[in-house]
Write a protein that binds this ligand. Sequence first.
Ligand code: ZN
Length: 200
Amino acid sequence: MEHGHVHDDFADNVAYQNMKQGSIEVITGSMFSGKTEELLRRLRRARFAKLNIKLFKPSIDNRYSTNQVVSHDANAIDATLADCATDILNHAADADVVGIDEAQFFKADIVDVCKALAENGCRVIIAGLDMDFMGKPFGPMPQLMAIANDVLKVHAICVQCGSLAQFSHRTSGGRGLVVIGETNHYEPLCRRCYAIALKG
Ligand SMILES: [Zn+2]
């Protein structure tokens, strides 16, 4: 994963100067781009700073039997499963920092929920896929990126040519959107290799 110090500076600035104002940060990219790792990194830093953190993910994302985003290590952060965006509002009381993983699966009302949290002084950190496997903007992610204070695009590595990849190419599976947890059905490709793959 590649990201510049500019974003670290921004995150620290938000953490220490903008707390009362609240903020919205988006971390986005293809599958295998390290979005969740970056989300967890920011949440851990906030936890080190003694801030009250809360992590949510949609209940559709049941890759793990436990309710942790990363299973059983000292750095794990418990995630609360949310059936809908308003679940987040109902369970985010007292949180200084709210993390939302796999945000692309929430409905459009996630946008108002994030705005309400930020207006209430909360630092909201969102991770999610920017595009589905067809290369189309995914769910509420375009709106979330538009209203965010800061957007970080992270990249995977193209399995065909080794360039930075930004597309999640489906190699098998049905016609629905991203098949949760079945990451073996996807491969990260750069724009050129993705276009070639779509032509078959
Ligand atoms: Zn490529």
